[in-house]
Design a protein around this ligand. Sequence first.
Ligand SMILES: *Cc1c(COP(=O)(O)O)cnc(C)c1O
Length: 279
Amino acid sequence: QERAAALLGQEAALFVPTATMANQIALKLHTRPGDVLVAERHAHVVIYEYGGAAAHAGLMIEPIDGRAGRFGVAELEAASAPSSKIADQRATLVALENTHNSSGGRCWPLTELRAVTDAARERGLATHLDGARLLNAAVATGVAPAEIGGPFDTVTLCLSKGLGCPLGAVLAGSEELMVAARRGKHLFGGAMRQAGIVAAAGLAIDLEAIETNFVQIDVEPYGLTRWDALARLKEHGVGMSATVHPTKLRAVTHLDVTDEDIERAIELVPRALGVLVEA
Ligand SMILES: *Cc1c(COP(=O)(O)O)cnc(C)c1O
């Protein structure tokens, strides 16, 4: 979660089972029932989340006809203009999508995205980025993910799309919002006791680098030195060695290491390194 937060230019993050759940939690965080959500007409939150915005957060949607999934400040202003009615019905949230799924994975140029988030903030609207595919946008545009995610109040990232994890997504935002999001995660039934084992897939080993019988494990993401990590592994009965890299350990198979030994190590290593945390 800490790594995802830093990657997305936010203070904190929360691991959840799906990006749909991350979006739905975010909608509830920023709004009250009866509020208006502004989003592009074919956005995932509008057409692929099956009325979730209405069912879970009680939102009305003011859709904008976009171009390649994008829209400009004038369109945002028109869609979020204060109601002329006496009752205080208003847009409180704008959601953008990058890359935009329905338009075939189109990206927002950073300047356009910033113009819309700045205008939203001036008008008192909260901003959410459905960045399920944000890293595709980062690669395609050469812009750092934190630059894309940073201007928003909350950001969704899906780990199971192009990133290839078996499941999982992340919602990122301020510390304060993520405390509230944690409650949302429980309300949606998305708090998992087994979160560590699936979240770990998001910090995957570099498979490209494994060609033969060596697996190098970088323990830096877990806040451990190699000597701490080796001591913990030893306590759990798993022998590994240090490498020339200050934060990398080495696991090696050979004739006398059986398949059962490896299965056992797969269970013990995350436990020893404290990667298996409760949700
Ligand atoms: C796939 C997708 C989602 C939903 O992701 P799940 O993890 O399948 O719920 C949300 N937003 C966009 C833009 C997507 O492409």
